[in-house]
Design a protein around this ligand. Structure first.
Ligand code: PMV
Length: 338
């Protein structure tokens, strides 16, 4: 069997975070999460299949990063995660196939920008299509999650998305809350660091359960979830913003109090958080949130986007600002990387 497909899938920013897992290997979260799928921060992935020897088809798989100067072998740790996921997807067909994969991101990887979400969503969509399959969004969400990246399960849908927590694995797939057209919000990302983070989110999920505040956080989540669902349904930014900001800080509070602690923040993170509070004092309604990394996502309405971007750019520690917003989800493309 030979086939080729290219998919583009967006990153997402969680309003209610997945933090702590029931089953890390299968990406089954402890708690329900809600995210906004982005538009411009995307991973693109091309997958080619060809017949392989039946004794060990996986040994012929190849993984590349598509860089501006051509294809480069993917770094070992990243390639290992991709190869493990390809092994899972290979089981969907009876033929013995080997894969060639090339992937690229439109934004800095591994710096709290959810590159695993977009990367594994794109890999899952491209691989299933290259295998001649046409999974539903529900099936795609489950398959993407089994990469071990729970947030990848959310990136298969556009707009505003909810992913239930475990323990029942079969229930853990993305559900749409509202479409991108329903509510146009923006995410202005203040990039204060681009080097890979020191502790992966996989290790973060493992460690945060040791925080003495982890139970407190879980107890607060049902109230926050209700507020975020209600805000999305009623397009109520006053209701949404403060909850999103609290949630972003709590993720880091339980990380910093884990044993041993995890510090993702840098001085630039603090400067940006302060900058967002100043923006609000000046009458611009914008709220911050962060994933497992130092960069700050600033959520605002379209009318405030330019001012938010301008003010963040003026901060000494902000290296660059990425202007993004809610997007409509993954798509197949004809521009192949292989
Ligand atoms: O999908 P993972 O395993 O990389 O976990 C992502 C977890 C956070 O980004 C920190 C929060 C979230 O819900 O996206």
């Amino acid at each position: 069997m030979t086939g080729r497909a290219t998919a583009e899938a967006p990153a997402n920013i969680a309003f209610i975070k997945y933090w702590g897992a029931h089953d890390l290997g299968r990406g089954v979260p402890l708690n329900t999460s809600v995210s906004m799928t982005l538009d411009r921060c995307v991973s693109t992935c091309t997958v080619e299949t060809r017949p392989a020897k039946s004794d060990d088809p996986g040994s012929a798989d190849e993984v590349f990063l598509a860089e501006s100067d051509g294809l480069q072998p993917a770094p070992e740790a990243f390639a290992r995660r991709v190869l493990n996921h390809l092994d899972r997807l290979r089981c969907l067909v009876d033929d013995d196939v080997a894969f060639r994969v090339a992937t690229k991101n439109s934004f800095p990887a591994a710096a709290g920008m959810a590159s695993s979400a977009s990367g594994f969503a794109a890999l899952t969509l491209a691989t299933t299509r290259a295998l001649g399959l046409d999974p539903s969004r529900h099936e795609l969400s489950v398959l993407a999650r089994r990469s071990g990246s729970g947030s990848a399960a959310r990136s298969v849908l556009g707009g505003y998305v909810e992913l239930p927590g475990g323990p029942h694995e079969e229930d853990v797939y993305a559900r749409p809350l509202a479409s991108a057209e329903d509510w146009e919000l923006r995410d202005v990302v203040a990039v204060v660091a681009t080097e890979p983070k020191s502790v992966s989110s996989l290790e973060g999920h493992r460690r945060v359960r040791s925080s003495p505040y982890f139970r407190e956080r879980l107890a607060l989540l049902p109230g926050r979830l209700d507020a975020v669902r209600q805000a999305i349904e009623g397009r109520d930014f006053h209701l949404l913003g403060p909850v999103v900001e609290e949630e972003g800080i709590d993720l880091h509070l339980v990380a910093m109090s884990a044993i041993p602690p995890i510090f993702y923040w840098t001085p630039g993170t603090i400067e940006t958080l302060d900058g967002v509070r100043k923006l609000r004092r000046d009458g611009v309604e914008a709220y911050s949130t962060m994933d497992a990394g130092p960069n700050v996502h600033v959520i605002c309405r379209p009318a405030d986007e330019a001012q938010v971007a301008e003010r963040l750019t003026e901060l000494a520690s902000v290296q660059r600002v990425i202007r993004d917003g809610v997007g409509s989800g993954p798509r197949l493309c004809e521009d192949h990387l292989l």
